[in-house]
Design a protein around this ligand. Structure first.
Ligand code: C2E
Ligand code: MG
Ligand code: MG
Ligand code: MG
Length: 273
């Protein structure tokens, strides 16, 4: 592995956007009852000429240190909305696009206005934008609720990412206008081998159902994960089993194959409810 100093990363990252080194990959979210792709999560990639692909887990903290996560985040939002609109214009069935927000982006006082502006510029119907936030972003509770409520009023949906991993205060679920819980992949990955993780996954699914929230499992890699989730009535799944995150042009060629993953794993799509 190449060693990169923090200052080198900071310097290079500040030029990455203008040099066209940032790109988005997309990973589908699959409805487990009917097998359709309901949406795609946009995941940021940094393709550095010398370092190759740098993981967002590595460079997003650097972006935070140098105050770049807001401009980068705005580029992600714009690019993802534009791509999703393009898919719709090309005649793909309507899917949502999920954008991960950084803590600082979420804390911006004019976040709502910025999102509204991007939706207008790109022409994407707000119903097809989903924002992924995490529990740790809910610092300023009242303002967060206010922002989320305004977003929901125009039709944008909200997902709680990595659910169960942070300071999962159940009070948040009651107070925040959330649409979907994303079960953290650490629980999903061990759900067949670790009885406690299995119980946690089942509990999150049934809690979500009882609270009238959608629930999606992330990190679904094996057919066994899929069976477990289906048996426990999880709505949706996302993971390498269906597709790795791919550039838009590569993913769109694979859209037709994704529903077949369910059939290959012996799951009959049900068209009930
Ligand atoms: P996340 O939002 O929880 O995204 C899920 C991560 O799990 C992605 O890693 C994805 O590639 C990976 N993943 C998906 N399916 C599987 C699977 O079946 N098995 C395994 N082992 N991994 C799977 P990635 O793309 O490296 O992103 C890591 C994190 O970086 C994201 O976690 C998110 O927190 C952050 N991130 C990515 N893009 C953005 C962005 O545009 N803005 C912000 N603020 N954060 C981003
Ligand atoms: Mg996410
Ligand atoms: Mg996640
Ligand atoms: Mg995660």
């Amino acid at each position: 592995m190449i060693r990169r100093s923090m200052t080198a990363m900071q310097k290079e990252l500040s030029r990455a956007l203008n040099r066209g080194q940032l790109s988005l990959c997309y990973q589908p979210k699959v409805d487990l009852r009917c097998g359709v792709v309901t949406g795609n999560e946009a995941l940021l990639r940094w393709n550095h000429p010398k370092w190759g692909t740098v993981s967002p887990n590595e460079f997003i903290p650097v972006a935070e240190q140098v105050g770049l996560e807001v401009p980068i985040g705005e580029w992600v939002l714009q690019t993802a909305c534009l791509q999703n609109k393009r898919w719709q214009d090309q005649g793909h069935p309507p899917m949502s696009v999920s954008v991960n927000l950084s803590a600082r982006q979420f804390a911006q006082p004019d976040l709502f206005e910025k999102i509204e502006a991007v939706l207008q510029e790109t022409g994407l119907d707000p119903r097809y934008l989903d924002l992924e936030i995490t529990e740790s972003m809910m610092m300023d509770v009242d303002r967060s609720i206010d922002t989320l409520q305004k977003l929901k009023t125009i039709g944008v949906s909200i997902s709680m990412d990595d659910f169960g991993k942070g300071y999962s205060s159940l009070a948040y679920l009651k107070r925040f206008p959330i649409d979907t819980l994303k079960i953290d992949r650490s629980f999903v990955q061990e759900c067949m081998s670790d009885i406690q993780d299995a119980t946690i996954v089942k509990t999150i699914i049934s809690m979500a159902r009882n609270l009238n929230l959608h629930v999606i499992a992330e990190g679904v890699e094996h057919p066994g994960h899929l069976m477990f989730l289906q048996q426990n009535l999880c709505d949706q799944a996302q993971g390498y089993l269906f597709s790795r995150p791919l550039p838009a042009e590569e993913l769109e060629c694979r859209f037709p194959e994704i529903p077949q993953v369910l059939a290959r794993n012996g799951i009959e799509p049900q068209f009930a409810d």
